[in-house]
Ligand binder design. Structure first.
Ligand code: SF4
Length: 247
């Protein structure tokens, strides 16, 4: 019979507990470890330009949503040139901020998200500081961040991972596609469930490398349309590649 711990792991992994649950869990964990090793060797864990300050990272992530990275970079440069501090961003007239953010697209929405988030931080912490976040446990900080306007679970985990040094695993579109195709998780899990499932099988020390390396891998090999399985270094581990070869 599965133990309580095995049942919890199985539930987190998105499947019903069974007498073989423990073996399934270990196999999934081993596959996740091997996948991370291969990706790390292939892509070398590149620096993606994320920011060490959690509040700046929050603003940066808002700019990167639903746009090409280059547009976000241009908007970030324009923002910092116009507003030297985040307090200046918070106090800027919304219409003016919207114009500055125009290169990032969806500038009305993004200007509102950014200012409302900064106001919420200032109200909660007494000023525009991230110090209280540093003192919070992972789940408490994640809850605070993911309740800010325009900040979803993935974005909250990015701030935790990149700027607060926490061993969490943000699941973006590249990692979701890769994990589904390789067979680490079921397809179509909710945002909450896929984070829970992958964090259950990816050891904390490997989460940064998996998240970062899945991005270039998704762009170079595991593309949304017509993935390049024949050239992919992950193919030997991958359910999708195996199915494609057999069809
Ligand atoms: S083998 Fe194909 S489907 Fe599997 S990870 Fe590589 S590119 Fe993606």
């Amino acid at each position: 019979m599965p133990t309580t711990r095995e049942k919890e792991r199985a539930a987190a992994h998105g499947r019903a507990p069974s007498v073989t649950g423990s073996n399934d869990f270990l196999a999934a964990q081993q596959r996740a470890v091997r996948l991370t090793e291969i990706l790390e060797k292939e892509h070398g864990t590149p620096d993606l330009g994320n920011l060490p300050d959690p509040l700046e990272e929050l603003v940066w992530i808002a700019l990167t949503r639903q746009t090409h990275r280059l547009n976000a970079v241009r908007s970030w440069a324009a923002l910092r040139a116009r507003y030297p501090t985040l307090q200046d961003v918070l106090e800027a007239p919304e219409g003016e901020l919207r114009e500055v953010l125009r290169p990032a697209g969806f500038s009305t929405q993004k200007a509102r998200w950014i200012q409302a988030s900064l106001v919420r931080v200032a109200e909660a912490f007494g000023s525009l500081t991230s110090e209280p976040l540093r003192a919070m446990a992972d789940d408490e900080a994640e809850r605070f961040l993911s309740n800010l306007p325009g900040v979803n679970l993935k974005s909250a985990k990015c701030v935790l991972l990149y700027s607060l040094g926490r061993q969490v695993l943000p699941v973006d579109t590249h990692l979701r596609r890769l994990a589904e195709r390789v067979g680490l998780v079921e397809r179509g899990l909710s945002e909450h469930r896929i984070h829970q499932s992958l964090e259950a099988i990816v050891p904390p020390t490997l989460r940064y490398a998996l998240h970062v390396n899945a991005i270039p891998h998704g762009r170079m090999f595991c593309t949304a349309l017509r993935p390049h399985c024949a050239a992919c270094p992950v193919a030997a581990l991958c359910d999708h590649a195996r199915r494609s070869a057999g069809s």
